[in-house]
Design a binder for this molecule. Structure first.
Ligand code: GLU
Length: 305
């Protein structure tokens, strides 16, 4: 397995030059566009790594999985369904038009920005500081990384420039999806996007989902099985933004990407996969990261379809 991972990383390294590092959040522009790494963690807790697997990056939209999972655990499904849909979209991840034109009463899914911001309001807590802590603690539990840091530079940068996300949240307040203080809500959202992870951290989150809610190599349940099923289904249909359909045909795994360059993929009952490559394609997904996952899926016959 180890040598397979080395060869897949080397074979796909040149793709990093075809993509572009995100710069709409200035703090992200500092990432090395040539970095490319992978970690696999099996449900029985074997791990394998290759490439820039120790290079830190911010979790960005991969945090949407954590927020959605907490919301499903904290709010009855019928309540949650009143606030968000679970339908894929062909619009960009930070689109406002779908809220206004297509689905006025609720955001399309929890894997795009509007949906994740609304989902955060369904996490248990008396304040957004508490809701942030709830998801942050859950992130530490799933990654097994008690020292999980917040990248202050990226957080400050997004907080300074994240006006589209504020606009989405204020729009949802105007349509009664959100009832809370928008600035507090988006601040918690920005903090969650700024958690600094490695491929290992996100692979371990994937391994918990692959094991239907058990920590890898243990009988310790941290997510109910039914909730894992919902999360994986939404990842499979919506997790790669408006590139989810093509990704399903070429890789065939539930996955979630982030503009920091990470992709978390889940091979059900087998393993979690964490890939990083900050050079992105035009949809905001790691370009070389997708190529790595395509190769891995072919070589190990991982597609669920
Ligand atoms: N923090 C980013 C934003 O809200 C997350 C986007 C992403 O990773 O898709 O724009």
């Amino acid at each position: 397995m180890q040598s397979l991972l080395y060869s897949i990383i080397e074979a796909n390294r040149s793709w990093t030059r075809q993509g572009k590092v995100a710069n709409y959040i200035p703090g992200l522009a500092k990432a090395n566009p040539e970095a490319l790494g992978i970690v696999l963690i099996t449900t029985d807790n074997q791990s394998y790594a290759a490439g820039s697997h120790e290079t830190p990056f911010t979790i960005q939209s991969i945090s949407k999985i954590l927020t959605f999972t907490c919301a499903l655990m904290d709010t009855p499904f019928a309540e949650l369904s009143k606030i968000i849909s679970l339908e894929p979209t062909s619009d960009e991840f930070n689109s406002i038009s779908s809220l206004e034109i297509k689905n006025t009463h609720k955001p399309l899914n929890p894997m795009i920005n509007s949906g994740a911001i609304a989902t955060l309001s369904l996490v248990k807590g008396d304040s957004y500081a508490e809701r942030f802590q709830r998801v942050f603690s859950f992130a530490k539990l799933l990654t097994g990384n008690e020292a999980l840091p917040l990248n202050q530079d990226v957080y400050a940068s997004e907080s300074r420039t994240g006006h589209r996300n504020r606009a989405l949240a204020y729009y949802m307040k105007s349509t009664d999806i959100i009832h809370d203080d928008v600035e507090e809500l988006v601040d918690a959202y920005f903090r969650l996007c700024s958690l600094q992870v490695t491929c290992h951290d996100i692979a371990r989150i994937g391994a918990v989902l692959a094991g239907n809610g058990l920590l890898p190599g243990s009988e310790t349940r941290v997510i109910p099985k039914d909730i894992c099923r919902i999360v994986k289904a939404v990842m499979a249909t919506c997790g790669m933004y408006n590139g989810s359909g093509l990704f399903a045909t070429s890789v065939g795994l539930p996955a979630k990407s982030g503009v920091g360059g990470g992709i978390l993929a889940v091979s059900p009952n087998r393993m979690g996969i964490g890939v990083m490559g900050p050079a992105l394609d035009e949809k905001g997904n790691s370009l070389a990261g997708i190529k790595v996952l395509e190769d891995l899926s072919k070589r190990l016959d991982l597609s669920i379809y």
